[in-house]
Design a protein around this ligand. Structure first.
Ligand SMILES: Nc1ncnc2c1ncn2[C@@H]1O[C@H](COP(=O)(O)OP(=O)(O)OP(=O)(O)O)[C@@H](O)[C@H]1O
Ligand SMILES: [Mg+2]
Length: 238
């Protein structure tokens, strides 16, 4: 699939975003006046304490939740006010997402887990083409010998590499990753991150990465900190 970002506009332009939920005890302010601009091919790490709103921000950027007020423009599309169908369409062509807990489909082998994402993004491809491309994507992440394995037969690091192959297979202009190494040991996590960075740099993919690992955050072009729903640029990356 072609990349659709143009080099002149930011891939993300979120401005003055507020996100709040009504709960029994009143209004819960989850994000307060958050603005974030990310350029094409830029890698941005979001750090900050548990409960500060990092995942919530990723959800808004993915169009999986709607901002209460403010503007969220991703790849030139304003997400606020879009219908569910339009948001699904937007995600198909724009996003790859990597989760902390992998979210693979247990009954499918690795080829079909990765292939499914491509099938959805590029329905014009034949089943044989999908399988071929999925196998190639798995080879790229070093899993050429695990094509017929189900997730339960894979290590955590291997499962996350399947997750990465799935997120990148349709060549999205933007990759969102929510603590992609959170369930991996240090060494395995570093290997997965190495792969993520390499793939993104190679393809010019923009990345927004949530992490608790300062070493990992330091590899990003830019680090921003979320504190109690407010986002600030972190000048000292360590
Ligand atoms: N659907 C919801 N209903 C009620 N509260 C919510 C909901 N979603 C998020 N919150 C609250 O919003 C705050 C921010 O949550 P969020 O998951 O974005 O934090 P986080 O920074 O990703 O934390 P962690 O590092 O633990 O993953 C938390 O206090 C959380 O309890
Ligand atoms: Mg989170």
């Amino acid at each position: 699939m072609e990349q659709v970002n143009s080099s002149t506009q930011p891939i993300i332009n979120a401005s003055n975003v507020n996100y709040s939920l009504e709960v029994a005890s009143g209004t819960l302010h989850i994000l307060r006046d958050v603005s974030l601009r990310v350029e094409p091919a830029e890698v941005v790490a979001i750090v900050g304490p548990s409960g500060s709103g990092k995942t919530s921000l990723l959800m808004l950027l993915a169009g999986l939740e709607q901002a209460t007020t403010g503007s969220v423009i991703v790849n030139g599309e304003e997400l606020s006010g879009k219908s569910e169908d339009d948001l699904a369409q937007f995600r198909r062509k724009t996003l790859g997402i990597v989760f902390q807990s992998f979210h693979l489909i247990p009954s499918l082998n690795t080829v079909d887990n990765v292939g499914l994402a491509l099938e959805i993004a590029a329905p014009e491809l034949s089943m044989a083409e999908v399988r071929q491309k999925a196998s190639e994507a798995l080879e790229t992440v070093g899993l050429g010998a695990r094509l017929d394995h189900r997730p339960s037969a894979l290590s955590g690091g291997e499962q996350q590499r399947v997750g990465l192959a799935r997120a990148m297979i349709a060549n999205p202009p933007l990759l969102l990753a929510d603590e992609p190494t959170g369930n991996l040991d240090q060494k395995t996590g570093e290997m997965v991150i190495e792969l993520l960075f390499n793939l993104a740099r190679e393809r010019g993919t923009s990345v927004v990465l949530v992490t608790h690992d300062p070493k990992l955050a330091a590899r990003a072009d830019r680090v921003v900190t979320m504190t109690q729903g407010e986002l600030a640029e972190k000048l000292d990356k360590r």
